[in-house]
Design a protein around this ligand. Sequence first.
Ligand code: COA
Length: 260
Amino acid sequence: MDYQNLLVSDRGAVRSITINRSDKLNALNLLTLQELDAAFRGAREDATVRVIVLAGAGEKAFVAGADIAELATLSPVQAQAFSRAGQVLMRGIERTTKPVIARIQGFALGGGMELAMSCHLRIASEKAKLGQPEINLGVIPGFGGTQRLTRLAGRSAALELCLLGMTIDAARGQALGVLNRVVPADQLDDTIAAVADQLAAAAPIALAGILDAVTLGADCAMDPALEFETQAFALCCSTADMREGTQAFLEKRKAAFTGK
Ligand code: COA
C-alpha cells in the first residue's frame, strides 16, 4: 500500500514504519494518524511480521507533536474527532500483540511523546528530547498523554511535565522510566536491530501473552489480572513453541520457535 506520509519496509520479520514528514518534524496531522492506523492494522494482520519499529524520518525529530497548523483551525467538534483518532490509533498500538519499539533520535514532543509512550519499548539516542508542551499552546495532551505518562512515570512527574510544559533530556527520560534504553546516536540503529532480532526470534504466542497481561492487567484489580495471567500462561503450554523451548533447554541447544 502506498502512503503519502509514511515509509514502510521489512527486514526479515521486522517491519519498520517511518513517519516521513521531516520538513515538519514529522508532526501528526489527521492524514498521518489515519495512515499510521492503516499501517499498524497491516502489520497486525501480516503473519510474517513479528516485531514493529516505529520511527520518524530525518535527524531532528521522532515526532514534534500534533500538527499545530492543523490544530489551530479545529472547531471543538473537529478537535474531539482528532483527539479520538489519536487515542484509537495509540490504544491500537498499545494493544498490538506483537512488540512495538519506538526509535527516538531527537524530539518526541506532545503527540510525539504520546505516540512513543503507546509503544511497548522506547529506545533513544542521547540527543533525544521529550516533553508535553501542550500547555504552552493553551491545550492539554489529547492522545492519552495524561494517562500513559502517569502510568509510566508516576503522578508527580506527569504533573510536572504537563503543567510546566518543559522539555527533558534523554537521561531524565530514562531516570523517569519513560525511556528503556539511551545510547549514543551512532549506536541507535544497531541497538534497535539487536533488540528487534531478539524479539523476532522469540515465541510469538508467549510475547503476545506478556503484552496482553501487562497492558490489560495494569487496568484491572489484582485478582482478575492474575487470573488473566494464569489463562495466558496455560495457553502457552498448549503450543509447539513451549514444547520446543523446554526441550531445547533440556537438550542444551538454542530453541527454534515457529509461532505455533
Ligand atoms: N506542528 C506543525 N509544524 C511543526 C511542528 C508541529 N508540532 N513542529 C515543528 N513544525 C514545523 C515548523 O513550523 C517548521 O516548519 P517551516 O519550516 O515550514 O516553518 C519546521 O517544522 C521546522 O521546525 P522549527 O521550529 O523551525 O525547528 P527548530 O529546530 O527551530 O525547533 C522545536 C524545533 C521542536 C523546538 C519546535 O519546532 C517546536 O517547538 N515545535 C512544536 C512542539 C510542540 O509544541 N508540540 C506539541 C504540539 S501539540
